[in-house]
Design a protein around this ligand. Sequence first.
Ligand SMILES: Cc1cc2nc3c(=O)[nH]c(=O)nc-3n(C[C@H](O)[C@H](O)[C@H](O)COP(=O)(O)O)c2cc1C
Length: 175
Amino acid sequence: MATILIAYSTVDGQTRRICERLGQLLEARAHAVTLVQLTDDRVIDAGPFDKVIIGASVRYGKHRRHVHRFIAENSHKLDGKPNVLFTVNLVARKPEKSTPETNPYLRKLLEELAWRPTHAAVFAGRLDYALYGFWDRQIIRLIMKLTGGPTALDAKVEYTEWEQVEALAERISAL
Ligand SMILES: Cc1cc2nc3c(=O)[nH]c(=O)nc-3n(C[C@H](O)[C@H](O)[C@H](O)COP(=O)(O)O)c2cc1C
């Protein structure tokens, strides 16, 4: 049994859903899971946990600053224990951009951090125009048009492959 911190950064909730599923799967393997949302003003200490999972979504090409801050503040503690960093974005729905080596946002984040997780992962996110404000909807729609994705305003598509989430839980359990 391990104590596992799952720290996540989300806007529309898909990264939270992935983390909740990971949490359920890890608890089913008798691990003690603490799920925490990263925010701009919250300070989280990874020190007391045996393993740490960090999940963060992308908006306009970036992961939010509190993700960088959490990792910078905890990097020495993280280096002493098994840890996982995963990204959630829509580019990852394309098979050729769906791995840690090929997803441009994960690559960029790792370059910016100058830190390496024990294990990295990429999940495709969710598209749901109804959730977005006017300008975000226009821009995401344009990007979808340019990249061959759905453009109907009532489109709701979950690209996340849940078997991959299950495989990650297995892996974390074994780390
Ligand atoms: C305003 C906005 C900007 C986004 N920018 C990007 C982007 O630059 N690249 C990308 O691959 N996905 C982008 N996405 C897609 C999100 O990463 C995807 O919807 C993900 O599931 C969001 O996760 P969350 O619900 O945990 O925030 C964007 C979505 C929104 C709403």
